[in-house]
Design a protein around this ligand. Sequence first.
Ligand code: ADP
Ligand code: MG
Length: 697
Amino acid sequence: MSDLVKVYGSKVFNDTVMRQRLPKESYNEVRRVMRDYSHLTVDIANSVAACMKEWATEQGVTHFTHWFQPMTGLTAEKHESFISPVGPTGSSVIAEFSGKELVRGEPDASSFPSGGIRATFEARGYTVWDITSPAFIKGNVLCIPTAFCSYSGEALDQKTPLLRSMQAISREAQRILKLLGTENPPGVRTTVGAEQEYFLVDSKVLDQRPDLLFTGRTLVGARPPRGQEMEDHYFGVLKPRVAEFMTDLNEELWKLGVLAKTQHNEVAPAQHELAPIFTTTNIAADHNQLIMETLKTVAKRHGLEALLHEKPFAGVNGSGKHNNWALSTDDGENLLDPGNTPAKNARFLLFLSAVIKSVDEHQDLLRMSVATAGNDHRLGANEAPPAIVSIFLGEELDAVLQAIKKGEEYIGPGKLPMTIGVDSLPHFAKDTTDRNRTSPFAFTGNKFEFRMPGSSLSISGPNTILNTIVADALSQFADKLEKSSDVNAAISEIVKDTITKHERIIFNGNNYASEWVDEAAKRGLLNLTSAVDAIPLMEKSENIKLFERLGVFSESEVKSRVELSLENYYKTIHFEALTVVDMAHRDVDPAVIAYESEVAKLAKTLKELGIDNTNELGLLKNLLKLGGASAKALATLEGELVAADKQSDALSIAKHYRERVFPAMQSLRSVVDELETVVAAKYWPYPSYGQILYGVR
Ligand code: ADP
Ligand code: MG
């Protein structure tokens, strides 16, 4: 491995590079703009661009691109070369890159989804430099992280609303800090560390599976007769390759300034996890996109394929993306750290209350923010976490809040009673003892871990929601505190009021237990098991008002996002259905028929020879029975696909796919999977789960 210190950030136009290369005045101005979310003047932009170009061309870069995140959930780029002709005939060229090219671009936006926005406004789209996220080099291209919006400023991407939500929460948190006595409060940013789960499989195996190739998940596949016990065997074969892959992966990510520490995940065979060190949310979101992209490209180099789908294999644990989230001041103080001093605990309890209140009041939005066809296989299926949003606080914190609610003394871990007074909030330790792995939203010492996002999701969506709803709660608290003559008393009141009203959202037990579903229903918590139920809740009138109030989304932006999410949902299932129909007709049916005819021939020969053919006839009948059931299930599925065309609006189409097409796919799958267990292996067209996951049949 190369020297980490040398490699780290070598492809990033980061603070160190800027400090070294920019004129002092430009550097200071850039720092100021980054801090205040303001704009660069043309002169400074030109100076930064020139410096960036020089730095990039020294590393062999010839092109630049505005790198952005359209609403497909992926990233987009359009490369332009630095080349600029000189002289009237253009006989020679120079490398050029202006401030204007750096800060604004005008990609052809028509190929990106807008959910109807551009039709009603203006066809053009603009990319605008996100100066707070550093530019980086990929291959021979300088990538400039940008936001993407329409001519009239409507967001067409994932980054714009995320940046708006970060501004909203910074503004509201600063109001609170001011009320708590900080005269000139520093900026407040949310920080995120997103743990990325993924599967690694051999590319050779994958190439033989149209389902994995086209949809990222297996649409058919019988469970292997033996499961996890075989893992050791497989890893014996794969281990050196996986280790080499991870070394290579880490190095690529370090170059890009992503502080990755890769580790094994033991939950499912062939499944792994990568956790970077946390950073400011918009950078974390950019980095997560880079992580997903790099996982794929580096895996290919090693003859492997990284699967990012939420549920590549039925019956095997799926993949998620744990979103660790906290709030931090620009002075580096974590506002979700319980701290050691009572005064800071007051601040902590206030921010904690804002999270509790907002998560309870906006369960629908949090659930919606992770609603995709892929994630439906995890949430609400027989897998963790459940579709019900709840918060894990841990015993101690829960006890503190309960004491506050009852106006009682809190008995600390040292068994000493502590008075919950207005000025003397109790001391409590950062909770490290009890860890709950089943909660969808767990407090883990000084941050919350939102565990519902799926492995392939852009983290911008869930973090936009999280920032928005907490900003709203903080804003309501600030309104109250501003009006009160006794701030300390008002804080106590807010904390007490929050725990009294929102206690139902706190659940420290086992979220996987079936009893929790009943208990949650009694508490009146939402249990939205399907993306189709969750997505439309974004456009409830109170939610639109919330987004408008905080300046995160306009009404038309909300509506376009709902439309697009529903479209993504049904297109995903549509594509899966077409793939499995194709597989059934062209691979599975012919395999079954070939095996049937071999068995039939043998049965006939045996009969002619006067030998008992009971077994062969039995097998043949079973094959014919299953083949018939499969044909019937296939016809049903095809019928449902035709019926889907008769639905008109996005919601009805999505519902049809959820209620009719998906179950028809499941029925077909169950027959095909049964066939796989009786058809001779040499006739079966696809590598089995055993081969994919364990390297054995
Ligand atoms: P665990 O192993 O218990 O899940 P870690 O402490 O290793 O927890 O952290 C998991 C992730 O949470 C890492 O990506 C880490 O950088 C991130 N994280 C830690 N502190 C914060 C914070 N204040 N804000 C956001 N993310 C954080
Ligand atoms: Mg974790």
